[in-house]
Design a protein around this ligand. Structure first.
Ligand code: FAD
Length: 446
């Protein structure tokens, strides 16, 4: 580009969410000159509505389903519920992608694990015990939460969805920090607009900086980790036409009820869950609560008559219902998204809502206080699927161009995504490092 200096890197990583931060960390720690491009800011003041509203994008699909994503260093992990679920077994059996070699390492690095019982949250324990008395099978969920970092003896509770203030929640920012310490260069407020392809191979990217300037950076390999709704756009612009279709989103509703005891606002989010409907019906339930004013907004959206419940926020108990959806969605070249919920998804949601209401009634929530939130798509993914748009080594049809984020899931994960994405990031990094070693071995032989 006229007047701009060209930079040379071993790898350029686009996006600093769980996928991008993992790859950047592994490559830079292994001596690769790595550039990370992040279109969001590196905001340090977390935990405020102002920050969350500035960087969280809840734009609805054409059918009206809000699709959540975040533009900030660390991506959506800054606002996630920090549930840590192992990758689904079918990833290894059906697709030959075995992430088990990296899971222990990731859990050690992120401190992921089940919280001790005294930190699960009193209301959450009550819901779990009541559900189990009714004959359900609830249990504690592994979390990316490190109790050793609790500054006030407890975590941020529901407010962790505004960004964790106390620092106990692991986010992809920690891997990103490691990457930068190992020498990676991070450019924030820098949006990748286009992958540069020459002679069938990716050789660099064109970006736009916050002041509107255009720049080019060149590298041997480009890794797109811009998330389930942005990575397909970049691949479409690069000329790949097998992307964009097949979007799934793990549709979610929350069922609330007003309890005769202190509710779930101070509990770690989703510290107790049930998987018992997972295999048979594709449904998961867990205890959750949203930050106060987001909760109030949600209630009023359903009906202004719900407003009085917002004043009883501290008594409210929430049960999250998440279901497996089909591949019906699509990302279009203009960035708009089509994703609706069909009969099957609603049947699943309604079954989960029925179970949640039964449990809320049993903990003592009066019928008139039971409210169901609108449905949201919390994990937009599957738009550049393994076996369809990328190989099982996450390489696209363009040489030296890879995708590593939620977009590559070959089927709806229907479970917390982050542990799987971190595993994919570690696996891809090993693949890239091994390919680099093979190249240098062949160069030295010549
Ligand atoms: C409310 C909520 C709760 C959740 N709870 C959980 C949970 O408990 N456990 C769990 O495992 N998962 C959870 N998830 C899902 C999880 O957070 C996401 O699936 C995960 O963060 C996706 O990671 P990713 O690497 O695909 O990219 P993302 O996290 O989407 O990050 C992509 C990054 O790329 C940047 N970017 C995009 N386009 C460009 C561009 N063109 N140029 C430069 N940068 C770009 C974005 O700004 C962003 O920072 C939750 C999600 C939400 C919204």
């Amino acid at each position: 580009m006229a007047g701009e200096k060209l930079h040379e890197y071993d790898a350029i990583v686009v996006g600093s969410g769980p996928g991008g931060s993992t790859v950047a960390r592994e490559l830079s720690r292994n001596g690769k000159k790595t550039l990370v491009l992040e279109r969001g800011k590196d905001i340090q003041k977390l935990g405020s509505y102002m920050t969350a509203l500035r960087v969280l994008d809840m734009n609805p699909s054409r059918e009206g389903l809000p699709m959540l994503r975040a533009s900030i260093t660390g991506g959506a992990s800054v606002f996630y519920s920090a549930s840590a679920a192992d990758p689904p077994p079918w990833l290894a059996t059906r697709y030959g992608i075995d992430l088990s070699p990296w899971l222990e390492e990731i859990k050690r690095e992120t401190k992921a694990g089940v919280l001790p019982e005294n930190l699960l949250g009193k209301a959450s324990i009550k819901v779990m015990e009541t559900a189990n008395k009714l004959g359900y099978h609830w249990e504690p969920m592994a979390k990316f939460l490190d109790p050793a970092k609790y500054t006030r003896g407890y975590c941020c509770g529901a407010d962790t969805h505004l960004g964790c203030k106390c620092g106990a929640k692991w986010t992809a920012r920690e891997y990103l920090k490691d990457a930068v310490s190992a020498g990676a260069q991070l450019l924030v407020e820098t949006e990748c607009e286009q992958v540069i392809v020459e002679n069938g191979a990716a050789v660099g990217v064109r970006v736009r900086t916050s002041d509107g300037r255009k720049k080019e950076f060149r590298a041997e390999r480009i890794i797109l980790s811009a998330g389930g709704l942005s990575t397909p756009l970049l691949l479409m612009r690069a000329g790949i036409d097998t992307v964009g279709d097949g979007c799934f989103s793990d549709p979610t509703v929350v069922v609330y009820g007003q309890a005769p005891f202190e509710g779930t606002w101070a509990d770690p989010p989703v510290s107790v869950v049930t998987w018992e409907f997972y295999d048979s019906d594709g449904i998961r339930l867990g205890v959750i609560m949203e930050p106060k004013w987001l909760f109030a907004l949600n209630l009023i959206k359903r009906s202004p008559r719900n407003l009085p419940l917002a004043f009883n926020y501290r008594k409210m108990v929430g049960i999250l219902v998440k279901v497996k959806d089909d591949l019906s969605g699509r990302v279009y070249p203009d960035g708009s998204v089509s994703k609706g919920l069909g009969e099957q998804e609603w049947a699943r949601l309604n079954k989960g809502i029925g179970v949640a209401k039964e449990i809320l009634r049993a903990v003592g929530c009066p019928e008139r206080t039971l409210i169901v939130s609108e449905a949201k798509g919390a994990h937009p993914s599957g738009t550049c699927r393994i076996g369809h748009a990328v190989t099982k080594d996450l390489e696209t049809g363009i040489k030296n161009l890879y995708a590593c984020d939620a977009s590559v899931f070959p089927e709806a994960l229907d479970r917390p995504t982050v542990l799987t994405i971190l595993g994919l990031g570690k696996r891809l990094s090993r693949h890239i490092l091994a390919a680099g070693d093979r190249n240098s071995a062949s160069v030295s032989r010549v």
